[in-house]
Design a binder for this molecule. Structure first.
Ligand SMILES: Nc1ncnc2c1ncn2[C@@H]1O[C@H](COP(=O)(O)OP(=O)(O)OP(=O)(O)O)[C@@H](O)[C@H]1O
Ligand SMILES: [Mg+2]
Length: 369
C-alpha cells in the first residue's frame, strides 16, 4: 500500500460500494473476514479504504504476501508491515522492546525514509510467529489500542507453502489474542479453494465471507464522470461496463484514457480507448501467452473459438478439437492446468472464461479478428 497517499486523497479516490459497510461492521466487531472477488474488482482498494475509516484506538496493518516463497519470507513481510504501519515512535529501541527476536537496524533509503533490515536467522518460524503476536499484544496494551486488524492480501500464496501450515497456526494464535482480527483477501479462487480444503479447512469456520460484486453501474458512472471530468450517455457507459464485465480496474483505466477527450463519449471512442489500453499491455500479454506449454496455448484458443462461435458452443465441440488437433483428454488436462493457475475459470459444462478481462480481449483480437 502506498504510504504516501494521505487520508484526503484516499477518500477522494474511492467510489462508494455496498460492501464497505459490511466489511467495517465485521472487523469492528472483531470478526475475521475472507474477502474475495474477481481479478481487478477492487479488493485491495476496499481494505485500504476501510482502514482509513476505522474508529479510534483501532489500527489496520496491510500485509501483501503476493511474492512470498517460504515461511520465513512470510515472517519478513509481516514484520516489515508492522514496522512501517504500527503507529510507533519508530526507534530501534522501541522495535527491540516489542519484537526482541528481530535485530532491527535502520538503513537510510533517502532524506526522509528509513528502511529497516532485520536479522532473524537463529529462530524458527514458530518462535518468530509467536514473538510477533506477543509484540502486537504488548503494543496494544501499552499504546491503548483495543483493536488491531491484520489484512493479508493475496493470501492464496500461502497455499504454496505447505511445510509450516501458516493458516492453521494463525488460527490457533488468533483464538487467544483478543485484540486481533484478520482479513484474508484473495482474487485467486482456485488456489484459495486449495487452502480451504487441504488442511482440514482451518480458515473456513473462522471467517465471515464477503464476495465483492461489481460496483453498481449508476454509482460507478457518476464517480467516473466526476473524477475524470467525463460525460457518458447512459448507453455508452453501459457499453463500457458490459465490455469490461464490470471490473473496476480496466474501467478506471479506460476512463483515464478517455479523460483527455473532454466531450460526451461514444461507443466508438470507448473501443478506441480499450484498444489503446490493450496495445499498452500487448507485450506483456504476448509474453504470457508465449510462455505457456503447447497444449495450454491450444486450450486458450479453444476457449476463444468457442466464445466466438456461439454462447452455447462447448470447448469440446468436434470442430474445435479438429481445428486445434487436440484430443478431448488432452484438452481436459490443459484446461485443468490453466484453472489451477487461476488463468481461467469454468462457468458451465464445457464453458470457460479467461479471468483477466483485458487479456481475454487481446486474445480475441489476436486469434479472431
Ligand atoms: N472503490 C474504488 N473506487 C475507485 N477506484 C477503484 C475502486 N476499486 C478499485 N479501484 C481502481 O481499480 C484499481 C484496481 O483495484 P484493486 O487493486 O483494489 O483491485 P484488486 O481486486 O485488488 O485487484 P487484483 O486482482 O489485481 O488483486 C485501483 O488501482 C483503482 O484505480
Ligand atoms: Mg489486490
Amino acid at each position: 500500500m502506498n504510504s504516501m497517499l494521505n487520508k484526503y486523497t484516499i477518500a477522494n479516490m474511492f467510489c462508494e460500494r455496498d460492501e464497505i459497510a459490511q466489511l467495517k461492521d465485521v472487523i469492528i466487531n472483531k470478526n475475521n473476514v475472507l474477502l474475495t472477488g474477481e481479478h481487478g474488482i477492487g479488493t485491495t482498494t476496499l481494505i485500504q479504504q476501510a482502514f482509513h475509516q476505522l474508529p479510534e484506538h483501532s489500527v489496520g496493518i496491510y500485509i501483501d504476501v503476493f511474492d512470498i516463497t517460504d515461511d520465513i519470507d512470510f515472517i519478513h513481510a509481516f514484520y516489515q508491515a508492522l514496522v512501517h504501519q504500527l503507529p510507533l515512535q519508530n526507534t530501534e529501541k522501541e522495535l527491540q522492546h516489542y519484537f526482541p527476536c528481530f535485530t532491527a537496524s535502520f538503513t537510510r533509503k533517502n532524506q526522509s525514509e528509513h528502511g529497516v533490515s532485520e536479522v532473524t536467522s537463529s529462530y524458527s518460524f514458530d518462535e518468530l510467529l509467536v514473538s510477533i503476536f506477543s509484540g502486537i499484544d504488548l503494543f496494544c496494551q501499552e499504546y491503548g489500542y483495543s483493536h488491531l486488524i491484520l489484512a493479508f492480501d493475496d493470501f492464496q500464496q500461502i497455499a504454496e507453502i505447505k511445510k509450516s501450515k501458516i493458516d492453521a497456526k494463525i488460527r490457533a494464535i488468533s483464538q487467544v489474542n483478543k485484540q486481533v482480527c484478520f482479513i484474508f483477501a484473495s482474487n485467486k479462487k482456485y488456489k484459495l479453494r486449495a487452502i480451504m480444503n487441504s488442511y482440514g479447512q482451518p480458515l473456513y469456520g473462522m471467517t465471515t465471507p464477503i464476495t465483492l460484486k461489481p460496483i453498481n453501474k449508476t454509482v460507478l458512472k457518476s464517480y467516473c464522470e466526476k473524477h475524470f471530468q467525463l460525460r457518458f450517455t447512459h448507453n455508452s457507459f453501459l457499453f463500457l461496463y458490459k465490455k469490461l464485465q464490470g471490473r473496476t480496474r480496466p474501467i478506471i483505466q479506460t476512463c483515464t484514457v478517455l479523460s483527455f477527450l473532454g466531450k460526451v463519449i461514444s461507443n466508438d471512442e470507448i473501443n478506441v480507448a480499450i484498444d489503446h489500453l490493450m496495445s499498452q499491455y500487448a507485450p506483456i500479454f504476448k509474453d504470457k501467452y508465449t510462455a505457456l506449454p503447447r497444449q495450454q496455448k491450444k486450450a486458450i484458443k479453444a476457449i476463444i473459438f468457442s466464445q466466438y462461435l456461439s454462447p452455447n458452443t462447448s470447448v469440446f465441440a468436434r470442430d474445435i478439437l479438429m481445428t486445434l488437433r487436440l484430443t478431448k483428454a488432452s484438452l481436459v488436462g490443459a484446461l485443468l492446468a490453466l484453472e489451477k493457475k487461476d488463468e481461467i475459470m469454468q462457468v458451465d459444462e464445457g464453458k470457460y472464461r479467461i479471468n483477466d478481462v483485458l487479456y481475454a480481449l487481446w486474445l480475441n483480437f489476436s486469434f479472431i479478428q
